[in-house]
Design a protein around this ligand. Structure first.
Ligand code: FAD
Ligand code: UDP
Length: 368
């Protein structure tokens, strides 16, 4: 009899399995895909580590999480500084003094603040009700039109007026010449790749790939005292209240016979005409490692999500959050099932938040 049967070999499942195994519990992991790692899975093409489900940069301000991941990987000193491409005009991201100079020629924080305040004032918004109003209030019309409007509408498949304001609050606005996309003190990419990091986390733990728990749930439930489910919570309950919505992505990866295609790991295409949101050139995450004369790029196309397909971004609007609330009520009554991770809790979680939440969960667990 297992103590914990963990469904999903992504970061949430691997963290749970590692911690509880070290506490002396007997754990096994089931994974429906043919590989471990979930969405942080990476593999090599032409000696270059390719992030197969979108670019992943590890960053955190949680010391316990940083200590935890450093047990399983050595991190390089990569800092994410993407460039925005609006109809061929290039701007630094996130919005900072470089961006403001490129847009308006402003050279001091005071000049930039004055310009943003001037533009924001014209919009006359006190309480932003949606993403468009939030963005106009935060950075004014020029940045909204060139760097936010097209990108966001493509990414979410809805106009900014129809999206919740909180999405844009994730992006820093800085009055320094600092192109670091994140504010966290720790940042980097595992030197041997994300898959190797997850493999180290799962070392000594039984993992069964190509196995969908939901197809044989009775058999698997009978093998364990407790199930930890990191797949979609609505799928676990057979969509009894309806299906939660997600936004999906399609990746188009290409090997090119050139050493350096775009000179940066991430280039965001912020106009509305270019059908993809960004091009990622993977070798830049590891400072050009790989076969000389070759590079691998991935174009990322936002896509409509259909039930049964890979879920990427939860759509945390009012309707879906209310639906999730119904599933959560049911989940709270479970004595032998725990939901975790991005899909299990229907939240937009970065990697560090996934690990942090599982570490908290394992701290608070009573015996199953
Ligand atoms: P997942 O990785 O989705 O793992 C869940 C696993 O469960 C999957 O492997 C799935 O196959 C398996 N599963 C589901 N149902 C079943 C079933 N019925 N039976 C068996 N197995 C099942 N975070 C960052 O910190 N930095 C970034 O730069 C970053 N970039 C991102 C870019 C993109 C495009 C996306 C979509 C996400 C990004 N993230 C980033 C977030 C990051 O991907 C997640 O935080 C993390 O992967 C979530 O891990 P998880 O284990 O919760 O979910
Ligand atoms: N965003 C934007 N322009 C950009 C990058 C981001 O308007 O060049 C907006 C977009 O709405 C996105 C949000 O900022 O959903 C958060 O950006 P982040 O890079 O955190 O998005 P992710 O790819 O993780 O969703």
């Amino acid at each position: 009899m297992l103590d914990y049967l963990i469904v999903g070999a992504g970061l949430a499942g691997a963290t749970f399995a590692r911690v509880m195994t070290e506490k002396g519990y007997c754990c096994k992991v089931l994974e429906k895909r043919n590989h471990i790692g979930g969405n942080i899975f990476s593999s090599e093409i032409e000696g270059i580590e390719v992030h197969q489900y979108g670019p992943h940069i590890f960053h955190t301000d949680q010391e316990s999480v940083w200590e935890f991941v450093n047990r399983f990987a050595r991190f390089n000193h990569f800092v994410y500084s993407p460039v925005a491409n609006y109809h061929g005009e290039l701007y630094n991201l996130p919005f900072n003094m470089n961006t403001f100079y490129q847009l308006w020629g402003t050279k001091t924080p005071e000049e930039a603040k004055r310009e943003i305040a001037r533009q924001a004032e014209q919009e006359n918004i006190s309480e932003p009700k949606n993403l468009e109003e939030q963005a106009l209030k935060l950075v004014g019309r020029d940045i909204y039109e060139k760097l936010i409007k097209g990108y966001t509408a493509k990414q979410w498949g809805r106009e900014c007026r129809e999206l919740p304001a909180f999405i844009i609050k994730r992006l820093p606005v800085r009055f320094t010449y600092d192109n670091n996309y994140f504010n966290h003190p720790h940042q980097g990419i595992p030197q041997d790749g994300y898959t190797a990091m997850v493999r180290n986390m799962l070392s000594g733990i039984e993992v069964q790939l190509n196995t969908d728990f939901l197809q044989h749930r009775k058999t698997y439930e009978a093998q364990a005292k407790c199930v930890v489910f990191t797949g979609p919570i609505d799928a676990y309950y057979e969509y009894c209240y309806g299906a939660l919505e997600y936004r999906s992505l399609r990746f188009e990866t290409e090997v090119l016979d050139t050493d350096n295609y775009q000179g940066v790991a991430g280039m965001n295409f912020t106009d509305s005409e270019t059908p993809y949101t960004r091009i990622v050139e993977h070798k830049h995450f590891r400072f050009g490692e790989g076969n000389p004369g070759k590079t691998v790029i991935t174009r990322e196309y936002p896509a409509v999500w259909k039930l049964g397909e890979e879920a990427y971004y939860p759509v945390n609007d009012e309707k879906n959050n209310a639906l999730y609330g119904q599933y959560l009520e049911r989940a709270k009554k479970e004595k032998h099932v725990i939901f975790a991770g991005r899909l299990g809790t229907y939240q937009y979680f970065d990697m560090d938040k996934v690990i942090g939440s599982v570490l908290d969960l394992t701290d608070s667990l009573a015996d199953c």
